[in-house]
Design a protein around this ligand. Sequence first.
Ligand SMILES: *Cc1c(COP(=O)(O)O)cnc(C)c1O
Length: 336
Amino acid sequence: MHLSRFPRIRFAHLSTPLEPMANLSKLLGGPNLWIKRDDCTGLAGGGNKTRKLEFLMGDAVQKGADTIITQGATQSNHARQTAAIATKMGMECHILLEDRTGSKDIEYNYNGNVLLDQLFGASLSQFPANTDMNLAMAELAEKLKAQGKKPYIIPGGGSNVVGALGYVNAALEILGQANDMGLRIDKVVHATGSTGTQAGLVTGFVASNSLIPVLGIGVRAAREAQEANVFKLAEQTAIHLGIEGVVKREHVVANCDYVGAGYGIPTPGGIEAIELFARTESILLDPVYSAKGAAGLIDLIRKGHFKKDDNIVFVHTGGSQALFGYRNAFDYPNYR
Ligand SMILES: *Cc1c(COP(=O)(O)O)cnc(C)c1O
């Protein structure tokens, strides 16, 4: 694997820290919990999409693009990070937001990531749930081409073989840090959605023969579909890297028991995880992704899924900017 063969524009703050969570580990009575701070990738609040965007924007520039089109849910962190880097690179940015939750909450619809998308000067449009968003992006691209623009479409979550390279690189980064520290990693756990993060991590850990297993905690699809989608992208990513066939189906493991009522709808376990991380480690999670991932991790710990002396790395994929869109998920008394 030689990532320098692929176009990349460097704007992420890398390497992100790999830190122990001593307080939380103690509170839960083991295993030893570590956190990979991909909430600190540096771009406009950070998050996992920044790593993908380094390769995606490299590809966009190589293809002569002057306009970026992407899509996501209303409180998409991917949309925020894309809007930020497009602006910095002097490109126009069109974001198509899908109303997946149907929420009428003013905070959800206008605060958090939506406020930041607008702050970065992106043009926003909203579509009802279950719209064919890829078709909507293709149609917009045709319209912009007719106006003489050179649009580049980034799929939802930046999850294609190009974006996944960002997480192949992250796997190598984690492995290097662990080897430098003398840390034996028994499992890597993270929230999985549009699949690029897990596909990249699995490909990187397998192709480096590290034997580090990854567990994705689902935030939307059922297990079978999620694992199949992650595996498909991992297979394609390996082909893109010129190492076809390295990833096997059994390398892809997801647990989708923590989705709750649906994508973007907070769960009691997720809210508890947000409070636990905030009050033990002073780390901010988000209700859509990282909190559901953490809720899965915490529940599996309580059920005795891990050995007490296991070293578990939770990849913090970011998202705390969405907290302000979810103010009403926290029933804190008003202060006076
Ligand atoms: C997008 C996102 C994820 C999921 O990553 P995928 O690559 O889409 O699976 C996890 N956490 C946060 C905060 C995200 O924004």
